[in-house]
Design a protein around this ligand. Sequence first.
Ligand SMILES: [Zn+2]
Length: 471
Amino acid sequence: MLIRNAEIAGLGRTHLRIEAGRIAAIGDGLRPGEHEAVLEAGGGALLPGLHDHHIHLLALAAALDSVPCGPPQVHDAGQLARTLTLKAAETQATSGDDWLRGTGYHESVAGDIDRHWLDRVVPDRPLRIQHRSGRLWILNSRALERLGAEDDGDAPLERIAGQASGRLYDADAWLRQRLGSRPPSLARVGRLLASHGVTGVTDTSQHNGPQELAHFAAEQARGHLLQAVLAMGDARLDGALPSGDVRPGHFKVHLHENELPPFDALCEDIRRRHAAGRNVAFHCVTLTELVFACAALEAAGVDTGTFAGDRIEHASVAPPETLPQLAALGLVVVTQPNFIRERGDVYLREVEAADLPWLYRARGLLDAGIPLAAGTDAPYGDPNPWLALEAAVTRKSASGRILGAAEALSPEQALALFTSPARQPGGPVRRLAVGAPADLCLLDRPWADARERLGAVHVRATWRTGKMIWQ
Ligand SMILES: [Zn+2]
C-alpha cells in the first residue's frame, strides 16, 4: 500500500510505502505500483502506532459489555435504577445469557445497597454489580439463586441476621468458578483500541497466567484482538514463551498499604523473578507503597536486563524526596495522565493540599532523569489515549481546574509517553524509518493542528505490521 501526502516528523509531506509488514520506502518520488492500494492522507500526520503501557484487556472487555453504575455516568439512585431497567429491557430479546452485569458502583450513588434494593429494580433476571474498588460484588436474589449461593456453606456471602445481604467481598475466584465463565471475546476491545491508533498494549493484570496468555494469542489468531501484547502476570509466567504476538512480561506486585507483604519474602520473590530473567512492576498509589517498593528493590537489587528496568505503576504520589532513589535504581514510571482529567476534581477535594503538587507527576520525573511512559489503565480509566495526552499537556480536570501546573508536558513529550517501545517504556520513541515494522496511525489533521488540542484528534487509519486494522 502507498500512503500519499502524509506528514512525517522531520520530513514534512511525503509518501510512504508498506510492503510485507514493514515500511518499505519513504519519499516524494514514490509512484503507485500497478495493483497497489493508495490512501490519500491529505497532509494528515502519520505517527507510530500508539502503545498503551498499562491496560487490562479482559476487564475492559467485561466493562464494555456492562452497565456503568457509578460516576461519571451515574450519580444518584434514580439514575441507577433507570439505567438498569433500560439495559434489562434492551438486552432481554437478544441475549442468550440473561445475566446483567454492572460496574463502577460507588456509595455516592445510592449508599450501601443490597439484594433488596436490586430486587426492586431488576426482580426477574440475575444481576450483579461490581463496586469501583473491584473488591465487592452486590447480587440480587435471582443471582444468588442462580449461583446456589445460599445453599453453599463456603460461599463468601455477607450475612446480616442470618440472611445473605447479597454483598460478596473479595469473591472473584468463587464467582468465576460458580459462573463457569469463559474468557470474553476481545473483538470489541481490539476494534476500539485500533480506532484510537493503538497497535500494542501492555496488559498489567496481576493474575495473568498461561491461560490468559493463550487466550490473548487465540483472540489474535481469530482476528479479534488486533494489537500486539506484552503481558505481565504472576510467577506462573516464569519461563513462559511468546505465542502469536503475545510476550510474557513483568512480574506484577500489587501493594496495598494496609496489608503490605513481609519485606524479606518480597525481596526473595524479586530476586527469584530476576533470576528467571523477568523484571518486576509495582502497583504504587500511595507514598507508603512507593517507599516500600523502592526499599525492597534497593535490598533485592534491580535488574536492567530484559525490559530496561523494573517498573513503578502509577506512582500517584511522588514528592521530591523520592525522586533521587527512583532515578538511582533506574526505575521506569508508568503514569496515567487521564486520571488528572477523570479524577482530578475528586483529588482536589480529598487529597491534602501539601500532596497535590506531587500527584501523577510528569515533567518533574523527566527532569530528574526518570524514564516515563503512560497507559490509560482502562477500564479503570478511559481507553482513549488522546484524552490522556491532552491531560498531560493541560493538566486539567473534567471541570477545568488545573492540577500540578509545573508537571505539564509539551505535546511532543506527551506523545512520547505512548510511543516508546513495549519492552523499553520511557525509552527512545519509535520512528518511521525504512525497514521498521509498519505499526502506524494516520491522523485526520497535521501535527501543528493536533498538538493544539490532542483530545480532539481522530484517527483515520491504523496499521499493525502492515495490515490495516482500522479505517
Ligand atoms: Zn491497572
